[in-house]
Ligand binder design. Structure first.
Ligand SMILES: *[C@@H]1O[C@H](CO)[C@@H](O)[C@H](O)[C@H]1NC(C)=O
Ligand SMILES: *[C@@H]1O[C@H](CO)[C@@H](O)[C@H](O)[C@H]1NC(C)=O
Ligand SMILES: *[C@@H]1O[C@H](CO)[C@@H](O)[C@H](O)[C@H]1NC(C)=O
Ligand SMILES: *[C@@H]1O[C@H](CO)[C@@H](O)[C@H](O)[C@H]1NC(C)=O
Length: 765
């Protein structure tokens, strides 16, 4: 008893000490090259007039091998003799500064940061300026927190894996199933995070595109990402899985790529020299570092048994092109690997040089960041009203209206009572999804709606799992029976779909369908169904029910989700979001194995293929679906009917009949054309509208049924028209990937689609 009491007391004291330390540390950022110390500031690696490469070489020259390996891991060791403090590389900022990585935390000084919608909802806005605007706010808040010692400078976001299978628990983190949308999202968000202005290669913060590559199975029926071998054809790799990474590196100039846990065709990605040194560093010319997942080096040794001993695992990953290990594996085993001759010290030098250069571009070796650009940012710049307004705006832009028989928008004036029902009706934490940070504040759906009309709230089930005994049907139906209008908010949360948890069913969880039907039956007024989720659901029963007047999908809408929902339901904002993924019928989950990576259908076995580009079956809702409160009409202003490919003299296709020509070479030079479209708001309400330009190529090389060439979001007043111009680069945009992974331009007739509009374009030699 006495012992225990003393233990408690000791703990209280310990907590108090830690707390004081936190507060003290929280005032000061970590940095090297302190200008007030003449010894330190005189080092060559601190000399800001030199290039980053020269400074990195100077630093490297001062280190022993034992010291060098301390720079291979996320918890970078301190080197007091050179005035270099410990640095934690792992911070996250998927949709706002997050506390998930150990490099960032909140304190009384900065208790929260702006929490934007999960990327799957932001992607639904199809607005590339928004992707960038969010990145800019997040990096501003990150720098502000860095200046008071609460955040790192290296953020392992965004997640740009293709959302290939609707069951994937991490689909919510991604920009969806389309390679072009994912590419534009990656470039926009990364540029917003990284761009320091001034045009040089300085970084505001360093972003990281992950998880490279073909990673999209977490834990499905016992198949775990740690041991899963993704069997992927070269064709699918090059036209589905790689494009977002390629754009992220080449167009987004990202400072980092993370290799994944899974294997691709038998090799762990972090030990695949072709994928790392060959593609990322060689073909795409990454200016930055390649980092492992946490800890995929350990995983390839201990779980996959890919190497016989840990030294071989250290050697093969570093030699393949890995620069930094999230985990401690390389700090433990690299010296022994070098001593055993499995790895040369110069490989270690290459890796840490890549890491040093990124830290130099971030200003880590420039002394106190409060005296540098961004140095004036601090707690006052986090959760500002304009940042929080952007979180609300992002949710408004993303929310997708899937059905509306005329009940929406609601008139706040004529509604005396609203029943707000469902396990997500008063969701707060659920709205911010995963890889979250503490938000500035929450506006739940109930609070957002309640700010406009009188509400009666009934959860209907005690949680989203909605098992039979958690159902509270009679209270829910009674509320609906006596209200002028019913809003049902159902869907998922992290107990249903998350990292390390894929779904096995596409139906609403547990008894949610029964809740929806019973409430819809009992409602006196119109019923609005709101689905809050990352992944899609088969809600055919609601789509076809004449008791349900409207359906919306709100993703995980972030801290201001409830306010954004109310803005849309009451018509203060005209919805314009479009689905970034296909909504499959529930039977898809019974027929198709999640581990089957093939994108293309196989009619001989009834395999339906995946995503709108290839899938041949029925859908509940299709990629790109989404309604507005107004109508938009398209007409074609100009597009060519014929495009001639000028092949060099002597090209085989002058004499032979070719189905396609290479999408590279002289004939690609300036082979492009413009498509001009007129878009008119033909309804009575101003609104935003995404113009999608799709193309259906000739059916060679098992080409996609159609693919997105471009999208552009416009905002139009009632009656207003505008012209949207797309520049189509034939070799880049119209090409398809053949069976061997080569880009080819198919000859013959390509059909361009915009809405209901079709235009045939003939491509010939
Ligand atoms: C300056 O830095 C060096 C190297 O870290 C350290 O040994 C020395 O104590 C520092 N001097 C002062 C006055 O802090
Ligand atoms: C709704 O959720 C908020 C935030 O969690 C909470 O403060 C409030 O009490 C909840 N309202 C009801 C009616 O349960
Ligand atoms: C809804 O009403 C219909 C007939 O009006 C009935 O067949 C059905 O069982 C009801 N559904 C629920 C869930 O109460
Ligand atoms: C795209 O997003 C930006 C940033 O929020 C906004 O200013 C712009 O109006 C949006 N564009 C359209 C067409 O909605």
């Amino acid at each position: 008893m006495a012992m225990a009491a003393r233990g408690v007391l000791a703990m209280v004291v310990a907590v108090a000490v830690v707390w004081c330390n936190n507060v003290a540390r929280a005032q000061t950022p970590v940095f090297a090259c302190d200008a007030s110390n003449a010894t330190v500031s005189g080092y060559g690696f601190c000399d800001r007039t030199k290039s980053s490469a020269a400074r990195a070489a100077d630093l490297l020259g001062r280190l022993t091998l034992a010291e060098k390996v301390g720079f291979l891991v996320n918890k970078q060791a301190a080197l007091p003799r050179l005035g270099i403090p410990a640095y934690e590389w792992w911070s996250e900022a998927l949709h706002g500064v997050s506390y998930v990585g150990p490099g960032t935390r909140f304190s009384t000084l900065v208790p929260g940061a702006t929490s934007f919608p999960q990327p799957i909802l932001t992607a639904a806005s199809f607005n590339a300026s928004l992707f960038r605007a969010i990145g800019e706010v997040v990096s501003t808040e990150a720098r502000a927190m860095h200046n008071v010692g609460l955040a790192g400078l290296t953020f392992w976001s965004p997640n740009i894996n293709i959302f290939r299978d609707p069951r994937w628990g991490r689909g919510q983190e991604t920009p969806g199933e389309d390679p072009l949308l994912a590419s534009k999202y990656a470039v926009g968000y990364v540029t917003g995070l990284q761009d320091a202005g001034g045009g040089g290669d300085a970084l505001k913060v360093a972003a990281c595109c992950k998880h490279y590559t073909a990673y999209d199975v977490d834990n499905w029926k016992g198949v775990e990402r740690y041991t899963f071998d993704a069997v992927v054809s070269q064709q699918d790799l090059d036209d589905t899985f790689q494009p977002p990474f390629k754009s992220c590196v080449i167009d987004g100039n990202v400072a980092s790529v993370m290799c994944s846990y899974n294997k691709v065709n038998g090799k762990p990605t972090c030990a695949d020299k072709d994928l790392l040194s060959g593609v990322i560093r060689g073909d795409w010319k990454l200016n930055g570092y390649i980092v492992s997942d946490c800890d995929s080096v350990d995983v390839l040794y201990n779980n996959q048994h890919y190497t016989k001993n840990p030294e071989d695992a250290a050697a093969i990953t570093i030699k393949s092109g890995l620069d930094l290990n999230c985990g401690n594996f390389l700090a433990q085993h690299t010296v022994a690997a070098v001593q055993a001759g499995k790895l040369s010290e110069s490989d270690v030098d290459r890796a840490i040089t890549n890491n040093f250069i990124v830290l130099m571009r971030l200003g880590f070796f420039d002394g106190d960041p409060r005296k540098l650009p961004f140095g004036s940012l601090g707690p006052k710049d986090v959760c500002t009203s304009s940042n929080q307004e952007l979180a609300r705006e992002a949710a408004r832009q993303g929310i997708v209206l899937l059905k509306n028989t005329g009940a929406l928008p609601l008139s706040a004036k004529s509604i005396k009572s609203m029943a707000v029902i469902g396990p997500n009706a008063n969701a707060s934490f659920t709205m911010i999804g995963n890889y979250e940070g503490t938000p500035c504040k929450y506006t739940t759906p109930l609070q957002g709606l309640g700010a406009n009309v009188a509400t009666v709230y009934q959860p209907g089930c005690t949680n989203v799992g909605c098992s039979g005994n958690s159902l509270q049907l009679s209270a829910a139906t009674q509320a609906a029976a006596s209200a002028d209008v019913t809003v049902l908010v159902v869907g998922a949360d992290q107990s249903v779909e998350r990292e390390s948890l894929d779904r096995t069913s596409l139906l609403l969880p547990g008894q949610q369908p029964q809740l929806v039907s019973a409430v819809a039956n009992a409602s006196r007024g119109p019923v609005i169904l709101v689905v809050m989720s990352g992944g899609p659901f088969d809600i055919s029963f609601a789509k076809s029910s004449d008791k349900i007047s409207a359906i919306l999908w709100v993703g995980y809408p972030g801290e201001a989700g409830g306010a954004a929902l109310a803005d849309i339901l009451f018509g203060y904002y005209n919805p314009g979001g479009r689905l970034p993924v296909t909504w499959y019928p529930a039977s898809f989950a019974d027929k198709v194995s999640m581990t089957d990576m093939r994108m293309r259908p196989d009619s001989s076995t009834g395999y339906p293929g995946r995503t709108y580009r290839f899938y041949t079956g029925d859908t509940v809702y299709a990629f790109g679906d989404g309604l507005s409160y107004t109508k938009f009409a398209h007409s074609l202003v100009s597009a060519p009917e014929q495009v001639a490919v000028q092949l060099a003299e002597g090209h085989a296709c002058h004499t032979e009949h070719c189905l396609s020509v290479e999408a590279a070479g002289e004939h690609c030079g300036s082979l492009s054309f413009d498509v001009h479209l007129r878009v008119r708001n033909a309804g009575g309400m101003a609104g935003g509208h995404t113009v999608f330009l799709f193309s259906s190529p000739p059916s060679v090389h098992s080409a996609p049924a159609k693919h997105l060439l471009g999208f552009e979001k416009v905002s139009l007043e009632p009656g207003q028209a505008g012209v949207v111009a797309f520049k189509v680069d034939v070799c880049k945009d119209l090409s398809v990937v053949d069976e061997l992974g080569n880009r080819k331009v198919a000859l013959g007739s390509h059909t361009l689609h915009v809405g209901d509009l079709k235009h045939t374009l003939n491509l010939r030699v």
